[in-house]
Design a protein around this ligand. Structure first.
Ligand SMILES: Cc1cc2nc3c(=O)[nH]c(=O)nc-3n(C[C@H](O)[C@H](O)[C@H](O)COP(=O)(O)O)c2cc1C
Length: 343
């Protein structure tokens, strides 16, 4: 019997790209967790295009334990059963609390619990959560030993290379994670202090892959189909995680570059994404939250300055449809080639 994935039947003759403990992962590309972006509507589209698993946006364990359930946090943990495997990503600095909340999330249906060890925001990292954990290898060891003992589901980590250039302890952290039962390491190949500056250093991912016996997923600055092939060849990593390069561009998970996608397809997908958003968040919230995606979907479209400015003010789906129809039928556009690119 064929298994049904989100994009239909998975070819049984294909091998999984890798396993997270016993969970097969049927592809080597993964949408990165991105707070404010990788919500259920966007994850569903990414999965349809080929992202092989899902990560929720990160969730603060302190917010989870509050008496009254916080609706924003609960919404971040909504998932569609077809998304499985789904990793619930948590962050926090208190070991006890992280373990307790991870247990609760396991009961809420997580396939995997992922610990965020990469967030560089001062308010988080400065308090010892996110990338702040990289400064405390002994705590990481204790935390993962406890999590992997307490949970039935696999536990994974998403890390950076270290706190700063002087303390790039990624090999030590990777070893500690593995020794204490982690089932996968995703690596954004920058330090905490770098934030997003400079380039991701993929040579480090090759080093981690060589040393590790668990799957390693590389992350950082992948924008094109050629980048994917280049980084896999360079590092031998098991999977490639794509964040910013997938915003307004889920086609990358089908190994299609955005500039080869015809305008009509871009517009159709935008409409579908917006429909998912409105279904999930209601109107006007779903439309307002869609603006940032619309901005990226329309990036580089010819003669689109007015359209893009107007989309940023849209509050209803009706307004959005009118703007898109006007643009699609505008004479300024109509003598452009199918891809919508000026010649
Ligand atoms: C808007 C935004 C939100 C992010 N939120 C998260 C998050 O919740 N959890 C996480 O582990 N990383 C988060 N990241 C980091 C990404 O997962 C990824 O590691 C980083 O963007 C580098 O990959 P890229 O170059 O493909 O974007 C976020 C990044 C962005 C741009």
């Amino acid at each position: 019997m064929g298994r049904r994935g989100i994009i239909g039947r998975v070819d049984e003759s294909r091998q999984p790209a890798f396993h997270i403990r016993e969970i097969p992962i049927w592809g080597d590309l993964i949408l990165a967790p991105m707070d404010g972006y990788s919500d259920l509507p966007f994850r569903l589209l990414a999965r349809e295009f080929g992202s092989a698993m899902s990560y929720t946006e990160f969730v603060n364990v302190d917010a989870l334990s509050a008496r009254a359930p916080n609706p924003v946090v609960q919404r971040k943990l909504c998932f569609d059963p077809r998304e499985r495997p789904i990793a619930f990503q948590i962050y926090g600095h208190d070991e006890e609390h992280l373990v307790e909340m991870a247990r609760r999330l396991e009961d809420q249906g997580a396939s995997i619990i992922d610990v965020n060890m990469g967030c560089y925001i001062h308010k988080i990292a400065g308090r010892g959560a996110g990338a702040g954990l990289l400064r405390e290898p002994a705590k990481v060891a204790r935390l993962f030993a406890r999590l992997t003992r307490a949970l039935r589901v696999p536990v994974t980590a998403k890390i950076r290379l270290g706190w700063d250039d002087q303390t790039r302890n990624y090999l030590e952290i990777a070893r500690i994670l593995e020794e204490n039962g982690a089932s996968l390491i995703a690596v954004h190949a920058r330090t905490k202090v770098q934030g997003y500056a400079g380039r991701a250093d993929w040579d480090t991912i090759a080093e981690i892959k060589q040393a590790a016996h668990i799957p390693v997923v590389g992350n950082g600055d992948v924008r094109t189909v050629a980048d994917i092939a280049r980084r896999r060849a360079q590092t031998g990593c098991d999977g490639v995680m794509i964040g910013r390069g997938a915003i307004g561009n889920p086609w990358i998970f089908s190994r299609r570059d955005r500039n080869t996608v015809p305008l009509a397809e871009k517009i159709a997908l935008m409409r579908r994404h917006l429909a998912h958003n409105v279904e999930f968040y209601g109107e006007p919230r779903g439309v307002i939250l869609f603006r940032k995606h619309a901005y990226r979907y329309t990036q580089g479209l010819p003669c689109s300055d007015r359209l893009r400015a107007a989309l940023m003010r849209c509050v209803t789906r009706g307004e959005f449809d009118v703007l898109i129809d006007e643009y699609a039928n505008s004479p300024a556009r109509s003598n452009l080639p199918a891809g919508g690119q000026p010649q």
